[in-house]
Ligand binder design. Structure first.
Ligand SMILES: [Zn+2]
Length: 337
């Protein structure tokens, strides 16, 4: 059980350019305070290396990588109405992608059976040539591409349970049959993509599963889709590695969307995924995406890691969050689209 992060990930501060931004350094601090309080659940912590530019280029255009690097070097600025990169964001972005890559290397080598990559900025909205939705580089996609291009795997399953559609990851792999991408997300909100009928294209047709759910959906809907749609498809795909784009903004306390998962719902989803992956003989790595209510986020990460680590009791007694502050009411396109 390996946890990867890096202090540089807390230096990325979108609020410096977009005041009141919900994707803030306190997110990681809340997660790590909650984990420290529980002795890290017995997980080993490792410092994330920086991803190489070559690794980023596995899924991103060189021009995009250079644009972000140059913007940061020049002191930073807004990339769109929601997305900001400052001077420290380049290093943060490399460590965030590097956390996902290092975790994936450890999982594929058999060093660990489960992992958690806790980086910022998040990744799943970043497209091959465009930063968007708080994301600069698509961390989970870089890690999946690395596993396929360099680590000898042939089939990677990415489950995206962030409440927003993972449009970046979907776009990157939509024409490929070696990545099964499944997303459960609230329909009708940012980024507006991911309709049920979009199943990928070309050789990748059938290897994308989009499951939009209505506002107000509770855990019965999410767990049922996972159990009856997503995991049976993945069973057929027989992945050699499972990566979870683990956002926690479908939590009922999160202000960026209107789904109503409990903290323990994430433990139940993680449990289902872990049990299925054990049948497939595949390791499971979670990569942090969204989650903006600090208390809900920290509690849900703890619950997820406990479940991935096989702690049934910890799942039953999903911890009450340590912190109580709610997400700042940053008005943005992110949740008004
Ligand atoms: Zn999200």
């Amino acid at each position: 059980m390996l946890y990867f992060s890096h202090p540089a990930c807390s230096e990325h501060d979108p609020g410096a350019g977009l005041p009141g931004h919900p994707e803030r350094p306190e997110r990681l601090r809340a997660i790590e305070a909650a984990l420290a309080e529980r002795d890290w659940l017995g997980w080993e912590r490792r410092e994330a290396p920086a991803a190489s530019v070559e690794e980023l280029r596995l899924v991103h255009a060189s021009e995009h990588v250079e644009r972000i690097r140059d913007l940061c070097a020049a002191g930073g600025g807004a990339l769109d109405a929601d997305t900001f990169a400052g001077e420290a964001s380049w290093e943060a972005a490399l460590r965030s992608a590097g956390a996902a890559c290092a975790m994936t290397r450890a999982l594929v080598s058999g060093e660990a059976g489960v992992g958690f990559a806790a980086g910022r900025p998040p990744g799943h909205h970043a497209e091959p040539s465009r930063a968007m939705g708080f994301c600069l580089f698509d961390n989970v996609a870089v890690a999946a591409a690395l596993a396929l291009a360099e680590l000898g795997l042939e089939r990677v399953f990415i489950l995206d349970w962030d409440v927003h559609h993972g449009n970046g990851t979907a776009e990157i792999f939509r024409r490929r049959a070696d990545v099964l991408f499944a997303s459960i997300h609230q329909g009708g909100i940012f980024p507006g993509s991911g309709p049920l009928g979009d199943a990928g294209s070309g050789p990748g047709e059938g290897f994308t599963i989009n499951l939009p759910v209505p506002a107000g959906s509770e855990e019965d809907v999410w767990l049922s889709l996972l159990e009856h749609v997503v995991l049976p498809a993945a069973e057929e795909f027989r992945p050699q590695l499972v990566l979870v784009s683990a956002g926690f903004d479908a939590h009922r306390d999160d202000l960026l969307a209107e789904c109503r998962l409990e903290t323990s719902s994430f433990a139940q989803m993680a449990c289902q995924v872990r049990e299925a992956a054990e049948r497939w003989g595949a390791p499971v790595g979670a990569v942090l995406e969204g989650g903006y209510d600090l208390a809900a986020l920290a509690g849900s990460v703890v619950a997820t890691m406990a479940a991935l680590g096989g702690e049934g009791e910890a799942v039953a007694a999903a911890p009450e969050p340590l912190l109580t502050s709610r997400a700042a009411s940053h008005v943005s396109h992110y949740w008004s689209l």
